[in-house]
Design a protein around this ligand. Structure first.
Ligand code: HEM
Length: 293
């Protein structure tokens, strides 16, 4: 909250007030910088770019069987002690992001994707490292040969005149980041919750709420709208178009993890990220009871 005040950002909280704010035509996602990103614009340009991204995401609905099997393999490969972030959430979210784009993603790509968070944060992209990471990803993606999947679909949309050059380059990174960051944070936090017993995925997303706020711009300046009172996927024009994929991914990964944790396990070395918007774990080591495997 201090962070918001320090940057002159008003905060809206409470479910009804937040729902109204998210649907308000007076509050825009566009900070006025002319960004080609789907997240940072409104109106017809937003609708047009969002439609392309939504078509790409629909390629994972229903959730592909091969992707399900790869996620289950990640969980099956966990040792007797593992880090919920590095060994569970990161490879699972990485597999889904890779399937969204239709390309293989290596560790370096995921590192830069995690560093990109800062570039999307609410405080104006003052973080040079975050901007550099996003730029390198944009260059890397523009050079990557793509098979069937999101990256090829973005290029086809560009060739068909549905996206301009800037929209193609930036939204490839935005799509990768959107598919990865919140899922990574959600899966690790949910894994920690599972250590004390199974819970339905939708209930877990709402309780954890990995994206704590979204930023809008109104006549009186910037506003941070809280999502923590029951709106984990947002609402209105920018509501998460990947929520179905996120829930399916969570059900598969967390279902497999819940079976592995069985009755007993120990959790140690729990460290949290400190980002004011993205809520997640830095690290949490689970040690299985000897009978669990
Ligand atoms: C637990 C996981 C996830 C959570 C909590 C989450 C949450 C959100 C939220 C709150 C927004 C709205 C941002 C705003 O209003 O400014 C959003 C936007 C978006 N999400 Fe998700 N998301 C998740 C997973 C995913 C996945 C897996 C995908 C892709 C397959 C995805 C794709 C997107 C895209 C493309 C947008 C931008 C939509 C727009 O600006 O119109 N998300 N997400």
């Amino acid at each position: 909250m201090d962070e918001f005040e320090r940057h002159g950002i008003a905060v809206v909280s409470g479910r009804d007030a937040c729902a109204r704010a998210l649907r308000s035509p007076e509050l825009t996602s566009d900070p006025g910088a002319g960004s080609p990103s789907v997240l940072l614009r409104d109106g017809e340009d937003h609708t047009r770019v969002r439609a392309v991204l939504r078509e790409i995401i629909a390629g994972l609905e229903p959730f592909p069987a091969a992707l399900r099997a790869s996620i289950e393999d990640v969980v099956a490969g966990l040792g007797p002690a593992f880090d919920l972030v590095r060994d569970f959430a990161r490879p699972v979210a990485g597999l889904v992001t890779s399937a969204v784009l239709g390309i293989d993603l290596d560790d370096g790509f995921l590192d830069r994707l995690e560093a990109t968070t800062a570039n999307l944060d609410v405080f104006g992209g003052a973080d040079r490292a975050g901007q550099a990471a996003a730029f390198r990803l944009a260059v890397q993606l523009s050079r990557t040969p793509a098979g069937p999947g999101g990256l090829s679909a973005l290029r086809a949309a560009h060739a068909a005149g549905r996206l301009d050059e800037d929209e193609l380059v930036i939204n490839a990174v935005v799509l990768a980041h959107a598919a990865y960051e919140n899922s990574l944070n959600f899966l690790a936090c949910a894994g920690l919750e599972l250590a004390s017993g199974p819970r339905p995925v939708r209930e877990l997303v709402t309780a954890i709420c990995p994206a704590r706020y979204v930023l809008r711009f109104g006549p009186d300046g910037p506003v941070a709208i809280s999502l923590a009172d029951g709106l984990p996927f947002g609402l209105g024009r920018h509501a998460c178009p990947g929520s179905g994929v996120a829930v399916a991914e969570g059900e598969i990964a967390l279902g497999a993890l819940a079976k592995l944790l069985g009755g007993e396990c120990r959790v140690g070395e729990v460290r949290w990220k400190t980002h004011p918007v993205f809520h997640g774990l830095e690290k949490a080591v689970v040690t299985l009871a000897s009978g669990n495997r």
